[in-house]
Write a protein that binds this ligand. Structure first.
Ligand SMILES: Cc1cc2nc3c(=O)[nH]c(=O)nc-3n(C[C@H](O)[C@H](O)[C@H](O)COP(=O)(O)O)c2cc1C
Length: 187
């Protein structure tokens, strides 16, 4: 089978990690590959905050509503919708950004963040690592903003854990609704 399709068919959220380290050279490649994800109007309005510090990861686990699997991850990446960089670029040409004040800005940022999340997870999984998306960080966005030192015009929308999967206790692949009731042709 095509190895990318095989990886996609086998993907599941992984919440049990061995505690071993994600190799820095793998993480470098994961970040580089994820950066190649598309963004709306090539705005590149996503930034990542990569956390390896275990105390900070433990705080994120707490802010996400007390999720122990987050605390046990080796790496936590926050996907940040970032109009701060664009504001800088616009100020350079004496203009003000407006997208951050529109529903379109929220939607474009949220779509781009979701695409980025998937790109990060797919790249991490290609090295055999386990991941889980963590939307729980939105339970305490103000605390996340403070913890990560995020500037104005940014929002920590979602994150992902990355760790070495504990294969002995990994969850099975979760079933999906029948493909015919998910993907419909023409209508
Ligand atoms: C945007 C988003 C946010 C999520 N947030 C959390 C979370 O905070 N904690 C968690 O354990 N799982 C979280 N998940 C994982 C989902 O629960 C999981 O993808 C779903 O149950 C399907 O299981 P599977 O990924 O194993 O197929 C999130 C998934 C997505 C896409």
């Amino acid at each position: 089978m095509n190895p990318i399709i095989e990886q996609q068919l086998n993907r599941r959220s992984v919440r049990n990690f061995t505690g071993d380290s994600v190799k820095q050279e793998d993480l470098d490649q994961i970040l580089k590959a994820a950066q190649q994800a598309p963004t709306s109007v090539n705005g590149q309005q996503i930034s990542l905050v990569v956390i390896r510090d275990k105390e900070t990861i433990a705080k994120i686990a707490e802010f996400a509503g007390g999720q122990p699997q987050v605390a046990s991850a080796d790496v936590f990446i926050t996907v940040v919708v970032d109009y701060h960089r664009a504001a800088f670029a616009m100020a350079d040409v004496d203009k003000e950004i407006v997208i951050n004040r529109s529903a379109e800005g929220i939607m474009a940022g949220a779509v781009d963040a979701g695409i980025m999340l998937n790109a990060l997870q797919t790249a991490a999984e290609s090295f055999g690592y386990g991941t889980t998306a963590i939307g729980g960080i939105r339970a305490n966005p103000d605390k996340m903003v403070e913890l990560l030192g995020l500037p104005a015009n940014t929002f920590p929308l979602v994150g992902t854990t990355i760790g070495v999967t504990d294969v002995a206790s990994v969850s099975p692949v979760k079933p999906r609704v029948p493909v015919e009731s998910f993907a419909m042709y023409e209508k």
